[in-house]
Design a protein around this ligand. Structure first.
Ligand SMILES: [Zn+2]
Length: 153
């Protein structure tokens, strides 16, 4: 690929990065954890839940210092808890995208650097190195050095 193409791709990646960062800053509240509506049976023989689906409970679970925590969500917080946990999931997902975009940027920069150096050297014989037929013999020397014909004295 030409360095121009790498430049284009790098600028596009930078644009994407800017977009991701601004999305990352969108939410002003977030919460780690997952919300669930579960149904439990109380076990009482005379309860209406006996042959039905059970009593609904809204709860949030998360882990704190490696331990699972579960808490009942008050009715008035159900919508809120769904929103803020969703914000967190979105945030994590965007950060993941950012990490892979940064890896891609690094890869593109490496390739761009290599390409640009190669094209800078190209056509200048004093900067070209003959890497073939070296058979592991140092040192590397420029390819077509204009050697002065030295006459032995
Ligand atoms: Zn019951």
């Amino acid at each position: 690929m030409s360095s121009k193409k790498y430049r284009k791709k790098l600028l596009r990646a930078e644009e994407q990065r800017r977009l991701i960062v601004s999305k990352l800053l969108d939410a002003d509240m977030m919460l780690r954890g997952s919300y669930a509506l579960i149904y439990t049976k109380c076990g009482k023989d005379n309860c209406r839940c006996k042959d039905k689906v059970g009593h609904p409970h809204s709860r949030i679970t998360w882990s704190e210092q490696g331990q699972g925590v579960t808490s009942k969500v008050p009715r008035e917080y159900i919508d809120w808890i769904q929103e803020v946990t969703n914000n967190y999931r979105q945030f994590r997902s965007l950060r993941k995208n950012l990490v892979s975009l940064e890896a891609e940027t690094k890869r593109l920069l490496d390739a761009y650097e290599k390409e640009l150096i190669e094209s800078t050297r190209s056509g200048k014989s004093f900067l070209e190195i003959d890497t073939q037929n070296r058979k592991g013999k140092p040192p590397l020397v420029p390819k077509k050095r204009n050697r002065k014909k030295t006459t032995p004295t």
